[in-house]
Ligand binder design. Structure first.
Ligand code: HEC
Length: 219
């Protein structure tokens, strides 16, 4: 008799656990086993039905979960060649920082046809719509949108040093050119800088020695 009661009891409990809502987890026996107390990134604990009192929810909302890395945190890279790209950028976003980058900063990547080609892939995706396919400042955004045309790379920007190119990519330049630091990592910014230099040089890897520089100054 006691055994039969136990079977019926278990059966009734089983039924009670099922609801008409297929999304409902049913009766939760010891809910703290279902809802982990571990604070998880991106979970809005203020919405969690387990903390159903407003007081509890408000307290949970105040609790920090996903945190920003501490200032100065440097990501780790197994590849020693790439590790340098994780170092903080030392030049501030000021006119002095711009000049210092222009005078001191040089690319850590060799300028070869291969790196120029990699830079072109980035340029075609992120830059040519403003700067134009050959860097003349005549991209479709400028031509169709009345956007202010940037100077031609082989014209007014011909002598812009690579440190300034990189600096402007990092912080943006005046109002018309935005920062590309969130779209392109440092390695990508150097690669596209190589392509800009290539366009500055009129589609050559190295600039020709200035043979007629002397002649130009005499007239
Ligand atoms: C939304 C249009 C736009 C895009 C996209 C854009 N630029 Fe520019 N860029 C400009 C304009 C406009 C200027 C001129 C800013 C000024 O001097 O006021 C400029 C300036 C520059 C300069 C000169 C900076 C200096 O120090 O004088 C360089 C180099 C440059 N851009 C490279 C790039 C590269 C490389 C990309 C792609 C990663 C890019 N730009 C994407 C519009 C753009």
């Amino acid at each position: 008799m006691r055994k039969r009661d136990a079977i019926i009891g278990t059966f009734a409990l089983g039924l009670a656990a099922c609801g008409s809502n297929p999304n409902s987890p049913g009766v939760e026996y010891m809910p703290d086993m279902y809802r982990s107390p571990a604070v998880e990134a991106y979970v809005d604990y203020g919405q969690d039905p387990y903390y159903f009192t407003e007081e509890k929810a408000a307290e949970q909302r105040e609790r920090m979960s996903a945190r920003k890395p501490v200032n100065g945190t440097i990501p780790f890279s197994m590849d020693a060649d790439k590790a340098q790209f994780n170092m903080p950028y030392p030049y501030p976003n000021t006119p002095e920082g711009y000049e210092a980058a222009g005078a001191q900063l040089t690319s850590p990547i060799a300028m070869t046809q291969a790196t120029v080609d990699q830079g072109k892939v980035i340029y075609d995706k992120f830059c040519q719509h403003c700067h134009g396919a050959t860097g003349q400042g005549d991209g479709p955004v400028v031509n169709n949108g009345g956007y202010p045309p940037p100077g031609a790379y082989n014209g007014p920007l011909k002598d812009l040093p690579e440190g300034k190119i990189f600096h402007s990519l990092t912080y943006g330049r005046n109002v018309a050119m935005g920062s590309h630091a969130s779209q392109l990592n440092k390695e990508e910014r150097w690669l596209v800088t190589h392509y800009v230099k290539y366009l500055q040089n009129g589609g050559k890897l190295q600039r020709e020695p200035m043979a007629d520089a002397g002649a130009a100054t005499t007239n």
